[in-house]
Design a protein around this ligand. Structure first.
Ligand SMILES: [Cu+2]
Length: 68
């Protein structure tokens, strides 16, 4: 499954590294790509291994709130 999340607090490449590291290490994540200019996180994941709320929670734990 592919989804793109809006994360308004993304501001620089440090944010990109933090988010890609935090989400990328989760079980079931196939790819994670942060677009700093668009302030989005594009995630491809295996929904039999991880759910979207778990990804949102991991972002929250890393300090980034997902905009609904
Ligand atoms: Cu930053």
């Amino acid at each position: 499954m592919n989804t793109t999340l809006n994360v308004p607090d993304i501001s620089c490449n440090h944010c990109k590294d933090t988010i890609e590291g935090a989400v990328g290490q989760l079980e079931g994540i196939e790819t994670v790509q942060v677009d700093v200019e668009q302030r989005t996180v594009a995630v491809a994941f295996d929904e039999t291994e991880i759910s979207l709320p778990q990804i949102v929670a991991a972002l929250d734990k890393a300090g980034y709130e997902v905009a609904s």
